[in-house]
Design a protein around this ligand. Structure first.
Ligand SMILES: [Zn+2]
Length: 95
């Protein structure tokens, strides 16, 4: 986990505006059962006891819950550069 609980819970996987999503809530949880990771194209299994974001919402009128593991969210945030990496900036100011 590279980011804060709040940053993980802000995570929004829904890119499609055509889907009707309501009552959406996200929560960072430790998994108690194995779940498929919705961030992964191959839907790898998130093992029990892993930190993951549980994402519940009414999608097109039906309740749906998906899980995204923090590893995949880390990668996604890295690619999007949504958040600045936290590192000392002493060198960059002089150059
Ligand atoms: Zn994953």
């Amino acid at each position: 986990m590279k980011y804060t609980k709040e940053q993980y819970e802000e995570f929004d996987v829904s890119e499609n505006d055509d889907i009707d999503i309501r009552c959406r809530t996200t929560k960072l949880v430790k998994t108690k059962k194995p779940h498929k990771c919705c961030m992964d194209r191959d839907a790898h299994i998130i093992p029990v006891g892993t930190m993951a974001v549980r994402d519940s919402a009414i999608v097109d009128g039906k309740w749906s819950t998906v899980y995204s593991c923090t590893d995949c969210i880390d990668k996604w945030y890295d690619e999007c550069r949504l958040y600045e990496p936290q590192r000392a900036s002493s060198e960059s100011e002089n150059s």
